[in-house]
Design a protein around this ligand. Structure first.
Ligand SMILES: [Zn+2]
Length: 166
């Protein structure tokens, strides 16, 4: 890996879909998995987003848990393909799009990308991407790039390897 900070690339359709799920789940958190390819320079290119039910059992509105059976099935499906589970997405309700102390506590898979969508009053207002350090001790924010979509500030055109909105 070079000194360059990694970037999460996804299409605006993927981001819109996740934002829509985040708004629909409000005031609870939505969650799901990001599937795609890792480039040689460590960038993540999303080809598919997989929605998970939020199976958190605490009933708290600031918690999420991805269905582990769905995760295991997905890993099985991706075996022997160039794709992998790149990371996880979830929403924050009336809270900024930064990983919480709970997120760090529950974080698994060093190198995983965490996409967080902040929802305020039922409207998705901001998204950020973070990566869990190799030692699992902290998140650092990474770049998030999509094609042009108003509510999100990043507007660099897409043009990476094999990105599809299928
Ligand atoms: Zn969180």
């Amino acid at each position: 890996m070079t000194g360059k900070s990694p970037v999460l690339y996804l299409s605006r359709d993927h981001l819109k879909r996740i934002a829509g799920l985040a708004e629909a789940a409000y005031p609870r958190e939505c969650c799901g998995l990001l599937v795609g390819r890792l480039s040689g320079s460590g960038d993540s290119w999303v080809s598919e987003t997989v929605e998970s039910p939020n199976v958190d059992g605490t009933g708290r509105r600031d918690r999420f848990e991805v269905d582990s059976a769905l995760y295991i099935d997905l890993q099985r499906r991706l075996r022997d393909t160039p794709e992998r589970v790149l990371g996880v997405y979830h929403s924050h309700c009336d809270h900024r799009a930064q990983p919480s102390a709970t997120d760090l506590e529950l974080a698994w898979e060093p190198g995983f990308v965490w996409l967080i969508v902040a929802v305020e009053g039922r409207q998705a207002i901001h998204s950020t991407a973070h990566m869990l350090d190799a030692d699992g001790a902290r998140f650092r924010e990474i770049g998030l790039r999509t094609d042009d979509w108003g509510p999100y500030p990043q507007r660099e055109p897409l043009g990476g390897p094999g990105l599809s909105t299928a």
